[in-house]
Every structure is written in C-alpha cells, then in structure tokens.
Design a protein around this ligand. Structure first.
Ligand SMILES: [Zn+2]
Ligand SMILES: [Zn+2]
Length: 342
C-alpha cells in the first residue's frame, strides 16, 4: 500500500505529529486530490487546546485545501484528473432540513468534514467528495486558493448571510487575522465604512492597505471610545467578533449602535455576559456565523480570480514545520494566513 506524509492530531496532544500513513483511496463519488497548499486556521489551535473534539483520533487536520485531482473513483460531471481545485470542506448530506434550506454548513448529517470529522489537507493527498470540489482558475495560485476555502468564504457568509451588511453601514472587524483581512476587503466592496481593530500594528497596517477606513490599536486606545468617535457617537451597525475573549466581547457589545448586530465568529472558553436592557433599548442583535456554503466558495473563487479580493498569505511552510506555523499563529505574529506546502 502506498504511503504518504501527513500531520496528524492525537486527542490530548499539544502538537501535531508528522508521520507516514497509508495513502487514502477514493470511494464512490469521491476524488483523490494531490494537496499543493493547505491553509492553517485558528481552528487548529482550538483542537490543540481541547476546545473542539475531533471526529476521530488520530485526525489529519487542515480544512483549507487547494490541489490537483489525482484520481476519480467514477465519472464526476465537470471534473477531470489533472484539474486544479479548491475543496469545499463540508460534505453535506443534501437531504436534511438544514441542507434543504441551503444551510449546508449546518447539515445535521455530514458525510464528511475535512480536518474536523474526516482526514484533511495537512498531507500529500486527501480524499474529497467530488461534488465538493470547485475549479481553481490558473490566475489564482494554490497558496492563495487554499486561503479562500475557510478564511475568505467564512468572511463572506458572516457579512452577507448573517449580518446582511448594506451600502453605507459602519462595520467593525474586531481582530484582523486570516478571516478579518478578507472581511475588511469585502465589507469595503459592499460599500461599508470599515473599522479594523487589533493589538498588532503590522496587522492594522495591512488592513489599512486593503481598504480599512479607520484602524484602532486596542493596545494603545480604548476601542469603544475610538469607534464612537469614528461614528460621531452613533456606534457600529455591525461588529464582527473574531477574537472572543472576555475583554474583546465586552468592547464589541459596547460599540454597537442602535439596531447594531454583533456577530460571533471567534470564540474561546470565556463566557459572554450581556445585559438584556442594553439590547432592548437599542434593538440590538447578538448572533453568530460558522463556516460557509458551497455556493459562497464558488463566488469567492470568482472574486479572487477577478482580483476583487486579495488573499493574504503570510508565509509558506513545508509540512515538517507545521508546529512552528501553529506557534507563530498563536503568538499573533502572522499577518494573513500561514500556508503549508505538503
Ligand atoms: Zn477555518
Ligand atoms: Zn444535510
């Protein structure tokens, strides 16, 4: 049986183990993809911190995958061996109540979920449901393409589907990592006034270069006051919480304007505490966003291929250095995504 190298998570372990494992074989309706690039998401740290249980152990992590179709188990319409692709990381059932409503990211009966339930892309090869593969145009590099699968597409889902951001609104992107930098660009394209908040000057500089109207360094100034100032006292129409610790959650809630929507994307073990009276008197909404749909990934691939959004790759790493990449991510030292080249 042919072997391949993969970075696997063992439940309870604080780092990933790079080892030789059997190369997977595609079953009915599946494709084998030679992974050319795999983005490293903050979710990986949640597994290592015990915040998210893996679907199995050991598990190959990695849900941002771009590569080339190596083999197809049977005919897949519109898909050929040798084709450049990016993987939609969910394999929804297509039949449950959520799937029928178009909420594939909430499917109650997933056939697979790369790097969560089933083996993902931190490996030389990965098996993906053929109908979850999206063609990646030549204009988009594998490194850039990988970052679209979770980072940029999650940003689109949160902005449009969950928060319903409209022309002229004020949007706060609270935390400018991989998702946040995509969100800044998209919110700007949607006609919003964009305020980026971070404690890292280099991330704020990049956010400004990508279109943020205001940047607030939360290590230097009170972000609530700064948002009030930037909005003539009105507060924000939508705040995207990409950090999710007590301090940032409190600030995010306090900077909401009337009918403001607070959207959780980031989380930690900290609880969110809110006084209902503040929500009631301002008709404010607290909501959350997870993942994305296949259609949204197709749209984001098109946006990237047209140059309408710029994927931000901080650095690339060989598979062997996955734990170094994770440490840099945890330290907040990466501007954009770390991408593995397995
Ligand atoms: Zn992710
Ligand atoms: Zn379903």
């Amino acid at each position: 049986m042919p072997l391949m190298r993969a970075a696997r998570f063992y439940e309870g372990s604080k780092s990933l183990r790079v080892e030789e494992v059997p190369r997977p074989e595609p079953g009915p309706g599946e494709a084998l993809v030679r992974v050319r690039a795999a983005g490293v998401c903050h979710t990986e740290l949640h597994f290592l911190d015990g915040l998210l249980p893996p679907g199995k152990s050991p598990l190959v992590l990695g849900h941002e995958v771009a590569g080339v179709v190596e083999a197809l188990s049977d005919q897949a319409p519109g898909l050929q061996v040798g084709e450049r692709v990016v993987a939609y990381y969910y394999a929804p059932c297509g039949r449950c109540r959520c799937c029928r409503r178009g909420w594939e990211n909430l499917c109650a009966n997933l056939r697979g979920q790369l790097g969560f339930l089933t083996d993902g892309g931190f490996a030389e090869y990965v098996v993906v449901a053929a109908d979850s593969l999206v063609p990646l145009p030549e204009r988009v590099s594998f490194e850039a393409g990988a970052t679209l699968a979770c980072g940029a597409t999650t940003a689109l889902h949160a902005l449009r589907e969950i928060a319903g951001v409209r022309l002229g609104e004020t949007v706060v992107v609270y935390g400018v990592g991989g998702v946040g930098l995509a969100m800044v660009q998209m919110a700007k394209r949607m006609g919003a006034q964009v305020i980026a908040v971070s404690r890292t000057a280099a991330k704020l500089e990049r956010a400004a270069a990508l279109g943020a109207d205001h940047t607030i360094n939360a290590a230097e100034q009170d972000p609530v006051e700064a948002v009030r100032m930037a909005t003539d006292g009105a507060g924000a129409d939508a705040v995207f919480e990409l950090v999710g610790v007590r301090e940032t959650m409190d600030s995010a809630a306090a900077m909401l304007g009337k009918r403001g929507r607070l959207v959780f994307i980031g989380y930690s073990t900290d609880d969110f505490v809110v006084s209902p009276i503040n929500l009631v008197i301002g008709e404010q909404v607290v909501t959350a966003s997870v993942g994305n749909t296949l259609t949204e990934l197709q749209e984001v691939v098109r946006l990237a291929s047209e140059g309408a959004i710029q994927p931000v790759v901080a650095r690339t790493f060989p598979l062997d250095q996955i734990n170094d990449a994770l440490e840099l991510l945890r330290a907040g030292e990466l501007v954009g995504r770390a991408v593995l080249l397995p």
